[in-house]
Every structure is written in structure tokens, then in C-alpha cells.
Ligand binder design. Structure first.
Ligand SMILES: [Zn+2]
Ligand SMILES: [Zn+2]
Length: 245
């Protein structure tokens, strides 16, 4: 077994190495990066990441304007395929920057602190963690699935098995940020299939950012249709509804 000191030293060394390859300035405040764990984001900017505690739909977590609205319109209209959606914060500020650095700038080391951040949520017990898959095209371009990488850390922390190949993408969709409103539902419709046994399993579906929720609804739907007992969704961030229009 590794001693914690050795691991700490290794992480520090790794952090210093990262500092050589990536700008040692914090991309948010411009001060020197002073953290090995969430390099290049500095400690004081990292602390700005806050858990969302405002009013939200009790099922899908959609932030609502009124504290009196317990369930959002969409969840009332059609019962969602998932039991509950948990997410850490609103997709803005440092959290947005951290996800961007991981997703588009290849700062893979951020998947660990982000994965650990997810483990702070009140996550219900599950038989397996299923990351939302990427397009083949995106996977090739970015060479790795950031959601799978975050899920790996969450799986280790919670000791819940990671089920990497359960969900497969069957068609390449446009990024959800490139399409609007109703088109988002159409964009992801029939885009996923279940490729292994999930019958009777309680699953945790992991995504990085939830926009309208069309992707997680579609993924949860195919998992439930394949016989899953329940699907709970866990994400790092959720965009505010007004950003979706
Ligand atoms: Zn900073
Ligand atoms: Zn809802």
C-alpha cells in the first residue's frame, strides 16, 4: 500500500510538471497557480465553486424561480424516466472554467477534484455508475471522455462499480449547445442504446453539464426500457433555464 506522504509528494511533483506544460497562471484571476490538486486553478478561485442551494424542481433539479414550485412543468407533464437528478452547482464562474479546461483544453488532472466534488452530494446507493457516452467524432478529437474520467474517480470514492460500456452512442449528434429548444430533444432521440445487461440494477447516470436535460432523459429512458430498476442522475453543473433559450 502506498503511504499517504509518498502519494502527496507524487501529486506535488505531478502538479509541478503540469505547471511546466500549462500556464502557471490561474486562468481566472491571473495570479500564480498555487495548487497541485486543481492546477491551474488557484486555491482561492477554486473555493468560489459553490453548491447550488436555491429553489429547484425536486425531481429534475431544474432551478425554478419560485421556492413554492416543487415540481417543474416538464416533470409534471410527463413523468421523467429518472428518479432524481443531483448536481453540484450552476454552470458559471469557476465551475464552468474548470469543466472547460478539462473538456476542451485537455487538463485531464481536473477530473479528479471534479469527481471528488461529486462524491460530496447525497448520492443514493447504486449497483453501477454509467457515464453518458461521447460521439465517436468527439471521442476522436478529444481522445478521451471527460465524463468517463470523472466517473472513474467517483466510482473509486464511492466504491460503486464503473460500467463503462453499458451505454453506447448510435449516432453522432450535434453538441446540445448548438441546437435550441425543441431541436435538442430531436437531436438526441434514439441516439443511445444499451449494450449489456442492466436488468434489475439501480444505476447512477453521470454527465458533466445538464442543459435542458434532453440527453439525460433520453439516456435514462433507454436504461429503464432495458430493464433497469432505477436511474438517478449525477452531474457537475446545470445551466440556468434562461441560458437554454
Ligand atoms: Zn485564481
Ligand atoms: Zn423537473
Amino acid at each position: 500500500m502506498k503511504s499517504p506522504i509518498k502519494t502527496y509528494r507524487q501529486m506535488r511533483l505531478f502538479g509541478n510538471l503540469l505547471n511546466i506544460f500549462f500556464p502557471s497562471k490561474c486562468p481566472i484571476c491571473g495570479n500564480r497557480s498555487d495548487s497541485y490538486l486543481h492546477n491551474p486553478i488557484c486555491a482561492s478561485c477554486w473555493k468560489e465553486i459553490k453548491r447550488y442551494s436555491g429553489p429547484a424542481c425536486k425531481i429534475c433539479g431544474m432551478p425554478t424561480v419560485s421556492a413554492h414550485t416543487a415540481t417543474c412543468e416538464l416533470c409534471l407533464k410527463e413523468g421523467p424516466p429518472f428518479s432524481k437528478v443531483l448536481y453540484y452547482g450552476i454552470y458559471e464562474g469557476t465551475l464552468k472554467e474548470a469543466i472547460h479546461l478539462l473538456k476542451f483544453n485537455g487538463v485531464k488532472s481536473l477530473s479528479k477534484p471534479l469527481g471528488l466534488m461529486l462524491s460530496e452530494l447525497q448520492i443514493p446507493n447504486a449497483d453501477g455508475i454509467v457515464p453518458v457516452p461521447l460521439n465517436h467524432k468527439n471521442l476522436k478529437q478529444r481522445e478521451f471522455n471527460q465524463t468517463a474520467s470523472i466517473s472513474r474517480h467517483l466510482s473509486k470514492e464511492l466504491k460503486i462499480p464503473l460500467m463503462l460500456n453499458v451505454l453506447k452512442k448510435t449516432k453522432d449528434t450535434l453538441p446540445q449547445t448548438d441546437v435550441t429548444g425543441k431541436e435538442r430533444l430531436k437531436n438526441v432521440k434514439n441516439a443511445f442504446k444499451v449494450s449489456s445487461m442492466v436488468e434489475g440494477l439501480n444505476l447512477l447516470l453521470v454527465d458533466d453539464v445538464i442543459t435542458t436535460g434532453a440527453t439525460i432523459r433520453e439516456c435514462a429512458k433507454v436504461l429503464m426500457n432495458a430493464g433497469a430498476e432505477s436511474v438517478n442522475v449525477v452531474a457537475l453543473a446545470r445551466s440556468m433555464p434562461r441560458q437554454n433559450t
